[in-house]
Ligand binder design. Sequence first.
Ligand code: SOE
Length: 383
Amino acid sequence: MVGYAFMGTAHSQAWRNAPRFFDLPLRPELAVLCGRSEPAVRAAAQTQGWSDWETDWKRLVARDDIDVVDICTPGDSHAEIALAALAAGKHVLCEKPLANTTEQARTMTAAATEASRRGQRSMVGFNYRRVPALALARQLIADGRLGTVHQVRAQYLQDWIVDPDFPLVWRLQADRAGSGALGDLGAHSIDLAQYLTGRQIVGVSGLLETIVPERPLPEASSGLSASGGSGRGAVTVDDAALFTARFEGGAIGVFEATRFATGHKNAMRIEVSGSLGSLSFDCESLNELAFHDRGEDPRTAGFRRILVTEPTHPYMDAWWPPGHLIGYEHSFTHQVKDFVEAVATGTDPAPSFADGLQVQRVLAAVTDSAAADSVWTAVQDGS
Ligand code: SOE
């Protein structure tokens, strides 16, 4: 695995726990953790349960004692590492968004398609697909319980950079992260909207805003916390992204991704409305799915809370008795389970790099739309 910060830690616990809770056809061994700073990666390898460590990912992918490379680095290195790992015959799991540009994502997808013919599997880490409530939502929509899907509304709300003195960490730099709230948060919503409805987004109209354009340079950072040093630099990504969308087949959607929703820490919400009913999810109540069935007696109909903890719910037979809750980290464990099963059975897992490329296309379309003043209609002066 390359990278050991927030996502690296989440993936490490998933690699450790998946075989302890699921009966996997192959047993993952946490072989080598890779990061640039020797003391830090050595310490992380020890804490997170990896047998060995490397400071150069090129040495890592060249090793013949590893079969899988898991990429948990910022987006600017995804393409290079994934392409080298695929060329070296490894299976690849890559964090989202797949790349920083559509071009990189296209090259990665072509390499993954080619590698699939040689028996190598590739997957992009849109972990929310593996939240049981959302996997259940997908099943219900595929079963036709919502009828014809008309509308999607998705919000991804965080507030960790509201303070203008919060430093300029890599997530706020376009050359490292590709984009801001749009690619970091909106990418999850786009993937989920397409996954849940089974339809691709074919057009968008976007609005991006950088609310705090300059910040202190970072001195130290870890996960989503950081301290500022001396000097200041320009924020080169969006702080907030809004867009409307059209899906193939006629549905429409409205999306909001922001790091400035004061009071919201990780409110990833999505609602799908169809001719027969609606489904609604909020990550801050991760074990619940709200379902409105329009066929019910109108006197008692309404949104009904499904507690998604039954053994008949996706992934839940591996965990606790009904009513005993699971958390954010379980989505990564489920991701590892599905990835390992795909490797063992020789089937291509989803979301594939091609799915990651489709998300990238939507991100690019939002960015292009936001940049094109021609589609912006100013409100006429009333005087
Ligand atoms: C930071 O905004 C972040 O960690 C994202 O990068 C993750 O993908 C999301 O799951 C939580 O927030």
